[in-house]
Structure formats: C-alpha cells, structure tokens
Ligand binder design. Structure first.
Ligand SMILES: C[S@@+](CC[C@H](N)C(=O)[O-])C[C@H]1O[C@@H](n2cnc3c(N)ncnc32)[C@H](O)[C@@H]1O
Length: 266
C-alpha cells in the first residue's frame, strides 16, 4: 500500500493540474463542484478550511467571494502554484492561510464553521485507518453545528473497475499538456490496476517532456455510500445529507460512474 499523501507530491502534477482541470468534462465538473460549495456556504459565518486544497481551484474563488477560508495540502509544488495565483490576484495574506499538512493528521489551534474536501480528494486516503483518522480530525476541528462538505465519485464496475484487472496493465493516453514556462508539450499517459479486495486503483502516470520520461505512482481508494456512512458514524457524526448532484438531486445508484455530494453536520 502506498504511503499516505505521496500522490501529487511531484512538480509534474503541479505543472499540468490546472490545464487538466480546465479542459472538457473536467472543467464542467470543477464548475459544478464550485457551485455546490458556494451554495452550501451561502449562510456560513466564520472561518472555513479546505482540506487538500491543491492549486486553489476552489479555495481562491471562494476567498475572492469574501469567505474567510484557509487551506492545506500535502504537496508543496501544488501549494506553490496556489501561492503564485493568489499573489497574481492581489491576495496579500495568502502565506498566513495555507500550510503543508496531511489529511490524516492535520492540526489547527482553532475550530472552523465548515471543512471542505472537494474533488474526490478523500479517495486519496489509501487505507481505512487513514480515512477514519481524517474524519476524526475533521470532527475535532468543526465547531458544534459546523459542517463537513465533501464530494467524491463512485466508479463504475462494468465500465471501469472490471476493465482494469490485467497485469501488467495497458498504457492509456491521458493527453498532451503545455509546459507553462516553455510552451513545449508534456505528453501524459497512465496505466492502472484496480484491486477488488482493497478497493484501490493503483496508477502509474508517465510524463514525457523534452526527451525526459518520469514515472509517478498514485493510489486512490473507492468508497461506497453505505461504507462512507459507517466511516462517518465511527468518527462521531450522526447527521448528514447526501446528494447525487451539485444542485441537490437525490443520490441513486447506477452502473455508471456517479458523483456524491455530502453535507455532514457536527
Ligand atoms: C484532486 S486534487 C484536488 C485539489 C483541490 N481541492 C481542487 O478542488 O482542485 C487532490 C489533492 O489532494 C492532495 N492530497 C493527496 N493526499 C493528501 C494527503 N494525505 N493530505 C493532504 N493532501 C493530500 C494532493 O496533493 C492534491 O493537491
């Protein structure tokens, strides 16, 4: 099992993450997620925390909306991109708002009105223990009545998981990105194996740039609705709402990939 938090800890992801997030279906998903968090936070007063804030695709727009939002991420290269974008947007106190911390053991000397875990980042926790540790940290860092807001996807067995059982796995094309400084192409491919017993997707990402080839591992753990509710109970929560879309439609199981959006109250 891969060590918790090593998934995006490379300059390669930091170089391409925003380009990836701004293309096609991914861009639409990012906008929908932002809609969910904006809508949910409309009447929230007080400080908010985004866990695994990455390059700030949620944190920075919410900060510019006027929310008092803080963020942490395990990856320094991702945080560095966030920092530069914040400075370009005229946010002068960004260094006081971000830190390098781990989902499984983050710590603040205050509580928050809301903790956000967008973009399926909760799936970056590869073990049940790290998931429980994370949710307990969230519970401790929420004010009474405060809310955990998060979203993650539930993959399709027939269209994804069962098609990724082969060893060695086939290499698949992810796409071409542009190096933000040189404008030269970065070719990105990946292979993945899905383990049905541990519910993990193990990826090897390949980044090719100027004749250099880097291989970067990543592991994600998929979670089912009933399982997540047990994790919430184990971590002290007993009140939540689950939606199947960013605009509040009910969640219904499906043979296709589905998104889940949660509002969990302490
Ligand atoms: C899919 S990105 C989401 C970034 C951002 N929240 C967004 O909405 O665009 C996942 C992020 O989780 C971070 N991450 C992965 N494992 C982590 C861990 N154990 N602790 C903290 N951050 C982690 C990665 O570095 C990456 O920035």
């Amino acid at each position: 099992m891969q060590e918790t938090g090593k998934n995006y800890d490379t300059h390669w992801w930091a170089l391409i993450y925003d380009q990836w997030n701004e293309t096609g279906g991914r861009s639409e998903l990012n906008e929908r997620e932002l809609h969910f968090y904006r809508n949910q936070l409309q009447n929230t007063r007080g400080a908010i925390l985004e866990a695994a804030c990455g390059t700030g695709c949620k944190m920075l727009p919410l900060l510019l909306d006027g929310l008092d939002i803080f963020g942490f991420d395990i990856s320094l290269p991702m945080l560095e991109v966030l920092r530069h974008k914040a400075i370009d947007s005229g946010i002068s106190d960004i260094d006081a708002r971000i830190s390098q911390q781990n989902l499984a053991n983050f710590i603040y000397d205050r509580q928050f009105a809301a903790v956000l875990i967008p973009a399926s980042s909760f799936m970056m926790l590869p073990t049940q223990q790290s998931q429980i540790d994370c949710l307990r940290r969230v519970y401790e860092h929420l004010q009474p009545g405060g809310r955990l807001l998060l979203n993650f996807y539930i993959p399709s067995y027939t269209e994804d998981i069962l098609l990724h059982q082969d060893t060695p796995p086939a290499e698949e094309e992810f796409g071409e990105c542009m190096h933000p400084e040189t404008g030269r192409p970065i070719q990105v491919n990946y292979s993945k194996i899905c383990d049905l017993t541990s519910q993990t997707e193990t990826y090897t990402w390949t980044f090719e740039y100027d004749g250099e080839k880097a291989k970067v591992p990543m592991q994600a753990r998929w979670i089912h609705k009933e399982e997540f509710q047990l994790l919430l109970r184990l971590s002290g929560f007993d009140q939540w709402e689950l939606y199947g879309s960013h605009d509040g439609k009910p969640y219904v199981g499906s043979p296709h990939i589905t998104n889940t959006y949660w509002s969990v109250t302490r």
